[in-house]
Design a protein around this ligand. Structure first.
Ligand code: NAP
Length: 305
């Protein structure tokens, strides 16, 4: 049995692993993909203090190396559920069950799907949620980016290094993204905008995307907008399916904690993007992870008293 199991190895999970293992707790980090979480889908990071401009995957790799320095172990696994037996928590994966005195949930979030015809059918064939992974396939092509938040604008800017043109489609006439990103997008000659438009279907030739049907939110008019690829950034959904029986989420599925990162269940913590919080950043996830790593040490010491 471990002292702590951490579910997820994004910036939050890796920081919690560093703090908890440095306090001499035995730590197992369970992850179903490559370490890094959303960092692996992020082109450039420029607002994480101390490292200047860095790519998401590079920052993920150095966080991963750091997180293992004090003995934290990593295992591959897809978590299906957590059972809370008081002093013992069981973390049940597809192919194994692990036990620990405490659990830190750092499972993060996934890109929200729009749910329109063609989205699933053309996923991986022109529809993408990851500019870092798929952008290079679209050299000199015309791309559409859906959304008006930080991700849509930041990744739209990143895509201009490959694409001949990037059209950002937003459902309002004002972006939600940070002003600095907006200014860069407005200045970029390769970027244009379709305001007050929502996609209602993605169409192609059965092999690849050829166009997006865009509906004007004011007139209701639908136009066939030609595009070689569609990158979707309309927000995030929490990855908390495995925690649904614990009654620790709000109605949208985000996990509720106090300032100590404690859920309502003693010994179960949540950190980073998966938390019901006001800001989802690398820096906030790292802050959450350090608090949880420290709090879990206090919790486990109290069990031994
Ligand atoms: P977000 O901030 O929730 O923005 C989602 C965007 O998609 C909004 O503009 C929203 O429109 C639009 N949208 C939502 N549902 C839609 C639908 N069904 N159809 C069409 N458009 C829809 O999500 P995000 O950009 O992925 O960012 C997630 C979090 O990560 C945020 O907290 C963000 O600040 C953070 N982030 C930060 C950075 C950075 O600091 N550099 C980079 C990336 C992400 P409305 O504006 O009308 O609601």
């Amino acid at each position: 049995m471990k002292d702590v199991i951490i579910i997820g190895s994004g910036p939050g999970g890796m920081t919690a692993a560093l703090y908890a293992s440095r306090s001499d707790l035995s730590v197992l980090v369970i992850e179903r993909g490559a370490p890094g979480g959303q960092l692996m889908n992020t082109a450039d990071v420029e607002n994480y203090p101390g490292v200047g401009l860095v790519t998401g995957p590079d920052l993920a790799m150095s966080m991963y190396e750091n997180s293992s320095n004090f003995g934290a172990e990593h295992a591959y696994g897809n978590v299906i559920s957590i059972e809370d037996h008081g002093a013992v928590k069981k973390v049940i994966c597809d192919d194994a069950t692990y036990e620990a005195k405490a659990v830190i949930i750092a499972s993060g979030s996934d890109h929200r799907k729009i749910g329109i015809p063609g989205e699933e059918e053309y996923s991986g064939r022109g529809v993408s949620y990851c500019a870092v992974c798929d952008g290079a396939f679209f050299k000199d092509r015309h791309l559409v980016v859906i959304g008006g938040g930080d991700s849509a604008v930041e990744e739209g800017l990143y895509l201009t290094q490959f694409a001949s043109r990037v059209t950002i489609v937003h459902r309002r006439d004002e972006l939600r993204a940070q002003k600095i990103l907006q200014e860069r997008a407005f200045k970029n000659e390769k970027i244009d905008f379709q305001w007050n438009k929502v996609p209602v279907a993605i169409e192609g030739d059965d092999v690849k995307v050829q166009s997006v049907q865009l509906k004007d939110t004011q007139t209701g008019e639908v136009e066939n907008f030609l595009a070689d690829g569609v990158f979707i950034y309309i927000g995030l959904d929490p990855l908390t399916e495995f925690a649904k029986d614990l009654s620790i989420t709000n109605e949208e599925g985000w996990i509720q904690t106090n300032n100590h990162m404690e859920t309502r269940l003693p010994g179960i913590y949540a950190i980073g993007d998966v938390r019901d919080t006001v800001l989802r950043q690398i820096a906030t996830a790292v802050g959450d992870g350090s608090i949880a790593g420290q709090e879990v040490y206090k919790y486990i010491t109290s069990l031994e008293d």
